[in-house]
Design a binder for this molecule. Structure first.
Ligand code: IPD
Ligand code: CA
Length: 243
């Protein structure tokens, strides 16, 4: 089966899950412990996406788990990235679907609130609603926008606040959207320039990392399900303290 077919299936899955999330008025919270929230909507969307993808390759997903494969291709999915935003009616979030093959290869990020579809294949290019998309050309931090977030495990002590301040202080603007996948899609389309987040789950970032690479940018990450990720336009170098 060709990669062209794989991306078509991933896009079909993202559109189907987007329709489900826009139409589901009866969702309910299943678990709201600590800083994490889970709902019936996340669960139903993941079940639907898996129906499209699992005949092609194994799936690792936020809600229903799976294995991180070191040597074989597999899908990595997040049925809603920006779950708390979704629950609170903040229209910032997306469906995130990646193909991982010893690294990020293909990404689909669908912002179902705005009908914006970001997709890309590493080495072939990135697109936003069918139009080619590229990372920005901004080369100085004082002109650049950084996207970031606080790790779910953060206890907001002095160390984590200092780390945050050091990370963002040289940039023109900082944005915390509450969706890592959407933040990375915005770097891939030149709406921002740099993304960094530590202790983030791979399903939050895999598709976005593929998009940034496909759009001509640079990504680095520690390996495994919980990782530290830096992604940027290739002109803004990570600081000494990052990644
Ligand atoms: C969260 C988002 C957020 C990031 C959190 C993630 P969720 O994923 O990606 O941007 O800062 O660490 O947990 O819970 O909305 O799927
Ligand atoms: Ca997520």
């Amino acid at each position: 089966m060709s990669q062209g077919h794989w991306i078509k299936v991933a896009i079909d899955a993202a559109y189907a899950a987007g329709r489900l999330l826009c139409e589901d008025r009866d969702w309910h919270v299943n678990d709201d412990t600590g800083r994490d929230t889970k709902s019936s909507a996340d669960e139903a969307a993941e079940t639907l996406i898996r129906r499209f993808l699992s005949p092609i390759a194994p799936v690792l997903g936020e809600e229903q788990g799976g294995k991180f494969l070191e040597n074989d291709p597999f899908w990595i999915i997040d049925p809603i990235d920006g779950t708390v935003n979704f629950h609170r009616g903040i229209p910032l979030g997306c469906i995130s679907i990646a193909l991982w093959d010893k690294g990020p290869k293909m990404g689909v990020v669908y912002d179902f609130y705005r009908g914006e579809l970001f997709y890309g294949v590493v080495g072939e290019g990135a697109f936003l609603n069918g139009m080619p998309s590229f990372v920005s050309k901004i080369s100085h931090r004082h002109s650049a926008v950084i996207f970031t977030g606080f790790p779910i495990s953060s206890n907001f002590d002095d160390n984590s606040i200092n780390h945050y301040t050091n990370k963002v202080k040289d940039f023109k603007k900082v944005r915390l959207l509450g969706s890592a996948a959407l933040s990375l899609a915005y770097v891939a389309s030149g709406r921002g320039d740099y993304y960094e987040e530590n202790s983030i789950k791979i399903w939050d970032t895999a598709a976005g990392m593929a998009l940034v690479k496909a759009a001509g940018g640079f990504v680095s990450y520690t390996s495994g399900i919980v990782c530290d990720v830096v992604a940027h336009n290739g002109l803004l170098k990570p600081s000494q303290s990052s990644a």
